[in-house]
Design a protein around this ligand. Sequence first.
Ligand SMILES: NC(=O)c1ccc[n+]([C@@H]2O[C@H](COP(=O)([O-])OP(=O)(O)OC[C@H]3O[C@@H](n4cnc5c(N)ncnc54)[C@H](O)[C@@H]3O)[C@@H](O)[C@H]2O)c1
Ligand SMILES: [Zn+2]
Length: 405
Amino acid sequence: MNRFTLPRDLYHGKGALEALKNLKGRRAIICVGGGSMKKFGFLDRAEAYLKEAGMEVKIFEGIEPDPSVETVMKGAAVMQEFEPDWIVAIGGGSPIDAAKAMWIKYEYPESTFEDMCKVFGIPELRKKAHFVAVSSTSGTATEVTAFSIITDYQKGIKYPIADFEITPDVAIVDPELAETMPKKLVAHTGMDALTHAVEAYVSTANCDYTDPLAIHAIEMIQRDLVNSYNGDMTARDNMHNAQCLAGMAFSNALLGIVHSMAHKTGAAFADHGAHIIHGAANAMYLPKVIAFNAKDATAKKRYGVIVDYMGLGGANDDEKVQKLIAFCRDMNDKLNIPHSIGTYGADSYPTEKGFVPEEIFLERLPEIAKNAIGDACTGSNPRQPSQEEMEKLLKCCYYDTDVDF
Ligand SMILES: NC(=O)c1ccc[n+]([C@@H]2O[C@H](COP(=O)([O-])OP(=O)(O)OC[C@H]3O[C@@H](n4cnc5c(N)ncnc54)[C@H](O)[C@@H]3O)[C@@H](O)[C@H]2O)c1
Ligand SMILES: [Zn+2]
């Protein structure tokens, strides 16, 4: 038996934020990030709508990008005191993911972070609160997904929490919130969305319900991402929907090792001055993983179908795989994203010598590869890499060399 789960209600289109007015409850906590939502007036609007709905409102702000276990525990403690019946998370993937984890801890105060990380092991939620997610970036689609990514900074590792229990009850996909994104954020989140759709389409858990969502998302991203990056606001609005469709696909079809590698490299070099931003990591690793997965006959065929829908040409599946790899690399060039960790600057832009020193990368490689294999996203990848293969793959991602194994 398979399961396909999405939020019960999804409000979309400009002005959809207003849907907050219709919630019924007594107390709502708004979970928000570092300031962009406040600066652009969306936080005030959200608060006003909830008050109009007759609710007492508390704001938990300052959730950092790539949120930590500590932030989750802090937010949960505030929830335990305030006792909200609605959790309203507004912003990018970071505040929404943090709020999802806070929700678990709020409902089950005795649960530890390790408990939360047991894949599909979350006990029944909604005994205390329901959850609304309002996304302001066009990439993670966490407003519709069963995932939350929390970083353990002591270990330098991102852990996915995965369970349909944390799929929000209500998603609000209002493109007005995405219009204020700076270019770099458009690029990174957009490539995150493309990776979601491609990984979901070739995942071993793909099905008839997820395929059309993934394919349509890919077609929209192909049409709209570069234009959105270059300031076309109609394309920006379309991207907000495209990333959400990709999320509906991957929340149910799961992902693959591009994400495993992104999760396990993202914070692994934070002691050298920067994160490898999630979407940029995906953008760099996706072409390498396509080449690796294409050795699996079913995956190769499915990449071919993607290329057919995209109209990229190619006389046979081998050629089509090469077309898809070339398309992804071309996207990186157009979006000013490097091709490799070795050329990934601390500011995320391409540079001759990236912020991750070669010797540090090689020293940490066996551990990172092991962690990537153990990531929750590896199980649904079409080809299961050995430790040796994962190390080779990560090396290709560092040196930008071809994957021929
Ligand atoms: N839950 C999932 O299914 C899922 C999927 C993919 C990635 N993730 C995780 O999500 C996180 C990344 O989320 P993200 O890419 O949405 O970015 P983010 O939430 O980390 O935000 C990045 C920065 O952009 C700013 N920002 C957000 N929206 C803005 C707007 N509209 N205008 C101006 N500035 C804005 C934020 O203040 C922040 O400084 C990572 O931790 C990643 O691992 C989760
Ligand atoms: Zn992602």
